[in-house]
Ligand binder design. Structure first.
Ligand SMILES: C[C@H](O)[C@@H](O)[C@@H](O)C(=O)CO
Length: 547
């Protein structure tokens, strides 16, 4: 008999019959949650109508907070509290019309015993599809079963039939027949030999990725544990964003002005104004140039091979956006940065691959892409994009790939075809400019490194970045975030729904090749490299891997 007072566990209520529970994970930034709330309400209404028509009731797992002005779960703690009141065996739908932080709901979802469905609205307005894909990647890494579904407004037959199937069986299987394992490659093939040699070099000689504040924007899928990275030869240098700010303070005004002058000469257009709250100002840019120099110096101090600045938490309340620095780092031609004593030019004539939002899947990918493309004499500039949205154009499905801030200028065809606009205030209170443009037409290799079934995987595919008429580009930019860089991408042999069903991340990597045959070769080298490192390679869609 104990004299201790033992905690009594709170028991969640029993599931009500024919009732689906819903939750909505949001941003950590109040401005984003409040701004996006009406769109979320509309999606939840559309979904409730569809579920009602199928004979199911909807019970929202948490109330709308009138004082906050939204109904999102906006922290991990809030999510844990919400899930205490959700019947563990009930069917549960995570409804997403916005960008969300997956860790807000991950604790509850890990323990939930009933079937889980993640849905998003097929809309570019706010990044709901991006939110869904991040949560999908995070649940995949966590090893939790779930299903995914998307629809413009849940009135279409496909979405309704899919919902019915999920409600009846708790599962939903999409067509992923476009994915196949990498066949054995011939060692006599020069690209295969290159990939294998670069893999061995990486594993033996090792590389360091600099990680400024890992994981604080909730992308659980983007954290790749050392146990998975180290066997590839990749090691993390864990850095603090406060060190970046400290280093920025040491950069002289004159050095920052030299970066500005270089970019002005290169033809980058800055859309500036004077209102700090809503416009891009010279002062914000000046701070961003200091960040660029500071990041390169810290990278040099630690001998980094790639670097990632997370920005969204902490730094967003301290200095203007990191994006402009990120776009510069990823480009071969960029303003020179010298060591503090002025003696050495750092990383001269080469990009220092930057992985936006500290997505470590992108880090590995960018690192190896940089090495393969450089060895093949190609432009090694690579970037991630958000899988933001897409629509048919002229009989083809054209994706809107749109990173939330910057791409290397070469992807836009050069600095003179690129521009910098103020980051949207709801996400970026202190402003800062982008490095934007419309990605040039051309052949690309796309890829994603991700964790699944307790191991590292890589999906590889081919695509074409296509040119669309100016009005269509404008329409797509206006339907999403017009400040951000856009790529009009047509995937080879992968339908919209196949891609959505399979992709395990909100991001994918892209790199250009001068023509289709060279892109196929580069993809082959990449496949060989990953396979040699023990990463499970999957080919997606029409990919020619035999020379
Ligand atoms: C600014 C936004 O929150 C973005 O960070 C979001 O849409 C993403 O880019 C997620 O990859």
């Amino acid at each position: 008999m104990t004299t201790y007072t033992l905690p009594e566990l709170q028991r969640p209520p029993a599931a009500e019959p024919a009732t689906v529970y819903t939750v909505a994970s949001g941003d950590l930034r109040p401005a984003a949650n409040v701004t996006c709330w009406p769109t979320q309400e509309k999606l939840e209404g559309d979904l409730a109508t569809a579920l009602g028509d199928l004979g199911w009731k909807v019970r929202r797992g948490h109330a709308v907070d009138e004082a906050k002005g939204h109904g999102f779960i906006d922290s991990q703690r809030a999510g844990i509290e919400v899930f205490k009141h959700i019947p563990k065996d009930a069917p549960l739908i995570v409804v997403e019309a916005v960008w969300q932080y997956s860790h807000h709901v991950l604790a509850g979802l890990r323990d939930h015993r009933g079937p889980i469905l993640v849905v998003a609205n097929w809309s570019g307005e706010f990044p709901g599809l991006v939110g869904l894909l991040n949560l999908a990647g995070s649940l995949t890494k966590a090893g939790r079963d779930y299903a995914v579904l998307w629809s413009a407004d849940f009135t279409d037959d496909w979405a309704r039939e899919s919902l019915r199937g999920w409600l009846e069986t708790g599962t939903l299987t999409h067509d992923t027949s476009h994915v196949r394992p990498l066949p054995p490659l011939s060692g006599a093939d020069p690209e295969t030999a290159l990939g294998v040699a670069l893999a061995r070099q990486l594993r033996e000689e090792k590389a360091i990725i600099g990680v400024f504040d890992e994981g604080c924007m909730g992308m659980y899928n983007a954290i790749i544990d050392d146990e998975f990275l180290n066997p590839l030869g990749v090691y993390k240098e864990r850095l603090s964003q406060s060190a970046l700010v400290a280093e920025m303070k040491k950069v002289s005004d004159e050095e920052a002005q030299q970066v500005r002058a270089w970019l002005d000469r290169a033809g980058l257009t800055f859309h500036t104004g004077t209102d700090e709250a809503t416009e891009l100002t010279d002062a914000q840019l000046h701070s961003q140039f200091k960040m660029y120099i500071a990041a390169v110096r810290i990278a040099d101090d630690f001998g980094l091979d790639a670097v990632g600045i997370q920005y969204q938490q902490g730094l967003k309340d301290t200095v203007p956006a990191s994006d402009l620095a990120e776009g510069l780092l990823n480009n071969v031609q960029r303003p020179p940065v010298r060591s503090r004593d002025g003696v050495r030019e750092l990383y001269a004539g080469a990009p220092l691959p930057h992985f936006n939002e500290v997505d470590e899947g992108v880090a590995v990918d960018s690192l190896v892409t940089n090495r393969i493309w450089t060895a093949m004499g190609l432009d090694p500039a690579t970037t991630l994009h958000d899988i933001r949205w897409g629509e048919e154009y002229d009989g083809r499905f054209v994706w809107v790939f749109e990173i939330s801030g910057s791409v290397p200028a070469s992807h836009n065809g050069g600095y003179d075809k690129s521009y910098s606009m103020r980051q949207p205030p709801m996400f970026f209170p202190l402003g800062g400019g982008t490095l934007s443009g419309v990605s040039k037409p051309g052949e690309i290799v796309w890829s994603r490194v991700f964790l699944m079934d307790g191991g590292l995987h890589a999906d590889l595919g081919r695509a074409t970045s296509v040119e669309l008429p100016e009005e269509e580009t404008r329409r797509r930019l206006d339907a999403t975030n017009h400040q951000w860089p856009i790529m009009h991408a047509v995937l080879h042999g992968v339908t919209r729904d196949q891609f959505m069903a399979r992709h395990r991340a909100n991001h994918l990597n892209v790199a250009y090749a001068p023509d289709a045959a060279t892109a196929d070769k580069a993809l082959r080298a990449k496949a060989a490299l990953f396979a040699e490192l023990g990463v499970e390679v999957h080919l997606c869609g029409d990919v020619a891997v035999q020379p």
